[in-house]
Design a protein around this ligand. Sequence first.
Ligand code: ZN
Length: 213
Amino acid sequence: MSDLQDWPEPGGRAPAPGEELHRLQDFVNTNDVESAADALGTPEKLRRWLVAIGAIPREATVDREVHARAIAIREGLRALGEANNGEEPDRRWVEAMNRAAAGVPLVASIGGPGWHLAGVERGVDGYLGGILATLLSSMADGSWSRVKACRNDTCRWLFYDASRNRSGTWCTMAICGSRMKARAYRARRRETAGRRAPDIRPAPTVEPLAYGQ
Ligand SMILES: [Zn+2]
């Protein structure tokens, strides 16, 4: 397994159970929102990452169009993770993901009591098809509802909430949880001091309108 694929989980959380959902989580977390470092920020970066994790052959190429599809799907997944954390998801990304997904074929194989979805194409769209198949399968078995984007809007790390009562809100309480509590405390103090609290939502690092057209 490549280091590029197996990201550490903050706060010692366990990754999502099952190889496929864990891989989806790693894909979304290639965009480190907090440090504004996107490991897939250009078509060439995406190509190198997919080669490194063994998803495409070394000689494969990645053009701007397929790169845009990958980013739209990745950020759409993060938006769905926000919805799983009780927030209003960024609809623009969900729409961009749906536009991108329309160009990625999936095939269902039905046998015995079960079914299995998989990507069809080879190359990047095959990889994206696998990611979408994992999303749909985990929605069907209920595990998707535990995949959450950290509530800290400067973090947005995708984590798996394994808690019994599904109460997980932050990727790690010790970092994002305490940070957000401190921020809320400061905002309250500002308000009581009669000053308006600043808008804390940061500018998005990427814009959905550019993707998945
Ligand atoms: Zn976090």
